[in-house]
Design a protein around this ligand. Structure first.
Ligand SMILES: [Zn+2]
Length: 199
């Protein structure tokens, strides 16, 4: 007899409560082979079968469930449990380490962008630039875009509108803010220092 698609299996390994459920894709799509996902807190792994759900029994699902083992996160100092299937290698990190790593990666990329801008601003300041004008381009279609104009004197509103229009902005008035390059350099330096401290 084929398995009920609502079947849920649970078991305890040590202190860990594991749960196995049938993935919706193999219930909804007639051509998908049977598939389950096993969870332990935020950890989740998939186990695939080659058979169709109509040819799968609870015992088959139990066997797939039993192929999932509990290990400890590969990161030193982290004792979070992770789930592994037979097909995976043994060096894996837990979901919270994975998201921390992704966050750190993103922060690093942001610092890099700030550093590049800082370098450029310092170089342009040496060339005599004093103002940094940020102009928002509101195009008829698509996302808004920021255009930065560096200048040795304050741009007139008419000039700013000319830049905005030239870049495809459709608003009647320019959407902009002006900052001295010195102030902007200071704020960039502060932002980089803060990000480095957090990293
Ligand atoms: Zn971890």
């Amino acid at each position: 007899m084929s398995i009920d698609s609502n079947t849920v299996l649970t078991k305890t390994i040590g202190d860990h409560q594991l749960k196995a459920e049938i993935s919706l894709c193999c219930v909804l799509h007639a051509n998908y082979p049977f598939q389950i996902h096993v969870t332990l807190g935020a950890e989740k792994v998939f186990v695939y079968s080659s058979a169709h759900i109509s040819n799968t029994s609870v015992q088959d699902m139990q066997k797939m469930f039993d192929s999932v083992t509990v290990h400890t996160c590969c990161n030193e100092g982290c004792d979070h449990p992770i789930l592994q299937t037979e097909s995976e290698d043994q060096s894996m990190q837990c979901s919270s380490c994975r998201s921390a790593a992704a966050k750190a990666e993103f922060a690093k990329a942001m610092i890099e962008i700030d550093r590049e801008e800082l370098e450029e601003l310092i170089a342009r300041k040496e060339q005599g630039m004093v103002y940094r004008t940020s102009i928002w381009i509101h195009a008829e279609f698509g996302d808004d875009e920021e255009k930065i104009v560096l200048s040795d004197r304050q741009l007139t509103k008419a000039k700013i509108q000319q830049y905005a229009k030239g870049a495809g902005s459709v608003t009647a008035k320019p959407d902009y803010s002006v900052c001295s390059i010195d102030d902007y350099i200071d704020s960039l330096k502060a932002r980089i220092a803060e990000a480095e401290q957090g990293a």
